[in-house]
Structure formats: C-alpha cells, structure tokens
Design a protein around this ligand. Sequence first.
Ligand SMILES: NC(=O)C1=CN([C@@H]2O[C@H](COP(=O)(O)OP(=O)(O)OC[C@H]3O[C@@H](n4cnc5c(N)ncnc54)[C@H](OP(=O)(O)O)[C@@H]3O)[C@@H](O)[C@H]2O)C=CC1
Ligand SMILES: O=C1OC[C@@H](O)[C@H](O)[C@H]1O
Length: 388
Amino acid sequence: MAELKWGIMATGGIAQTFTKDLLTNPASRDVHDVKHKLVAVASSSSKDSATRFLSEVNAPDSVKTYGSYAELVADPDVEIVYVATPHSHHFQNTMLALEAGKHVLCEKAFTVTAAQARKLVDVAQAKKLFLMEAVWTRYFPLSIKIRELVQSGLVGPVYRVVADNSFGQDGPNGSLTFPDEHRMVNRELAGGALLDLGIYSLTWVFQILYHCQPEAVKEKPNTVAAMNKYTTGADEMTNIIVQFPKHKSMGIAMTGMRLPTDVDGQNTAGPAIKIQGPLGEIQVMGPAFKPLSYRVILKEKPGKMEVVDCPIPKDQDRDWGHGMFWEADECFKCIRNGKLESATLPWSESVTIMEVMDEALKQGGIEYPELITTDVYDPNSPLNTGRR
Ligand SMILES: NC(=O)C1=CN([C@@H]2O[C@H](COP(=O)(O)OP(=O)(O)OC[C@H]3O[C@@H](n4cnc5c(N)ncnc54)[C@H](OP(=O)(O)O)[C@@H]3O)[C@@H](O)[C@H]2O)C=CC1
Ligand SMILES: O=C1OC[C@@H](O)[C@H](O)[C@H]1O
C-alpha cells in the first residue's frame, strides 16, 4: 500500500487538530514507512464549512469537500473515515461508514453504550474492515515505553494504578463554565466527565492493569462508581474503582470538571498517574491525555528519581505537531498488514472499557436519550443527516 486515503467526517475542533497532524511529514517523527493522503472532508452543516476547514488546516485545494456525511462515505477514493463528531453520533456515523465499505478511526469515547460498541465490532468483522477507537495517547512513544517498563517487572507486579484527568471549570453559583448546550455537559450529545475525560483515566488503568495481563489469565474487572450529577443531567465528577481480584490489583480512575488535576497548572503539583508496585512507582505527569514526561522512583534507590521527557516532534515546515499522527500511523500499518484491529487497543478492550463505563453510568444514575443510545442502525437518523 503506497498511501492511506483519508476522509474526515466533521469540521470541529479535533477534526482540525487531527487533520493538521495527518498533513505533517512522517519523517519529522522519524517514521519512514507510512504515507497519509487527505482526499476529502465533509460537514453536516454545509459544503462551505468543509471548504473553510481546508483553509484552516492549510490543506491542498485538490481535497474534495462535501456538505453531507453520506457523500463522504460514498466517495470511492476514500479508504478510511475519521469520525470526529460528538460521542452521541459515533455509533450511527461509524455504521454509516462501515456500511459503505470504509475503514474507520472513531474518536473517543467509542460509543455511548457497550452494546453499540459490540455492534460496530460485529459489522467491522463481518465486512472485513479495519476499526479503531481513537485513543491517541496509547500510541505515544511514552505510553509504549511505560507498558514496556511495567512488563519488564521494573516496579514488580503492579497492584495499584491511580489516574486522574480533570478540568477546573468551576463557575459561579454552582455552575460550570461550559454553556448548557456545550458537548461537555449536554446530555443530547452524551456529554459528561466520564465519556469525555474519564476515558483517559480508564485508559491508564486499562493499559497497565488489563492490557499487560497475559492473554491466558485475562480478567475482566468489577466496577464500583460514584458520580455527582450536573444540572444538565450529565456527570460532572466521577470516580471509579476497577477491581481485578485474581490479580490482586485495583485501578482508581478519577475525572471531574470542577477541579483540575494539576492545581498550579504547571504540572509541578504532582503526577496525574501513579503506577505502583512493591519495588517502586512510575509517575506520569499530566495531562493524562497528552503526557510529556514520566519519572521512576525505585525503592532500592531512595531519594533518587529518574525523570524522562518525551516531547512531541514537530514538522518544522508546517510548524505543527500535536501527537495524533501516531494513531494515524497505526491505522496505516494495520491496514497495510491486513489487520482489522490494532493490537495496542484491541476491539475486546474497547468493549470492556465501554462495559465499565456502562456500569459506572448505571450506578451513578445517569441516563442518555434513546436517539443516541439505540444500537439499531439508521442511515437516515438525524445523527447521520445533520438535521438538528
Ligand atoms: N483526542 C482528543 O484529544 C480529543 C478528542 N475529542 C473528541 O472528538 C469528538 C468531537 O469533539 P470536538 O471536535 O471537540 O467537538 P466540536 O464541537 O468542536 O466539533 C464537533 C463537530 O461534529 C459535528 N456535529 C454533527 N452534529 C453535531 C451536533 N448535533 N452538535 C455539534 N456538533 C455536531 C460538527 O461538524 P460539522 O458541522 O462539520 O458536521 C461539529 O463541528 C468527541 O468525541 C470528543 O470526545 C475532542 C477533543 C480532543
Ligand atoms: O479528548 C479530549 O482531550 C482533550 C480535552 O481538551 C478534550 O475535552 C477531550 O475531549
């Protein structure tokens, strides 16, 4: 495969960030066997919005623009669709693309329910299409290194992971600074701390305590959760204990939108993630979604701390580099090698994480509307047609 031809579904904030990464030169991150090509972008609002998007990301004029998602997935030049819509839309939009025979990279959180995630996986499997949840942090060299360190036994068996991914959006009179319509708090868009931010805390818990378990002894966790509800009905703070009893391990995944993880905003108040074993601790500095350094503290070397910086490489010609290109590179390599799923975030793991989130939402009494929780595909759903 010479190049992977991308279609971008939606023109919002993360679609722009991701597309700018896609347009960087892989050599700027020392990757030499991957080539991405942006072939089309679609907006459900208007073709003009897609055209504006191209100039915002500084893309070539040759890229096609569409005023609907249906046209994007019907384009024979598009091989893979990046779904960059709100959580509420992921199931229907991903189905739309899979049903049209496209591979899909779908933003996090994968879906609103585990049943939806299972359905997507079944369809991808049946149609022999690549499908991946876009948890970009998993593909950072930093994450790869930390998984290696854990598997090397550096800190011994990891019995506890504590992870936080929280924003400080406290507003006056009990409010949050997000308007009620904003996707972070809007129930119609499956807003809430857990699906948007808590997914990263769970990512850290899972990539250490679950992903690193040998296949033969893979254990699904028990879940205990507490949630504070915001006035919109979405969760504003959620804490989850994820228990793996056979491994004697627990993860504590925290998230919230009132208090930040890092109280001084400088990443000096303490780590966002602690990975603890009897021989020591690996600390990852936040934010949990885009960590740039970690430190290792070993019991046998008291008072000594190894600090490792992992900056995100920049394409100097485009003056850009955010770190989302590594997940795009993973899509290229999997598709080139005929793989339908990524070994770094297998389908079963995305589904298991969605099951934990289902359970936490149930225990916290958070409910989302039928339109966005149904697992019945409807190509004419307003989530696909953009009728708002
Ligand atoms: N990996 C990461 O670092 C990040 C991931 N995300 C994830 O990306 C997704 C999108 O987030 P973000 O880009 O910040 O969101 P934005 O609100 O900025 O953009 C969402 C886009 O989705 C499309 N859309 C379709 N229907 C609706 C609707 N009813 N309401 C609002 N938008 C709609 C719109 O594009 P159009 O009109 O062109 O169709 C809109 O621009 C979420 O799943 C989020 O969790 C977000 C931020 C960071
Ligand atoms: O995925 C995300 O990471 C960065 C945050 O700013 C954003 O809210 C979230 O969606």
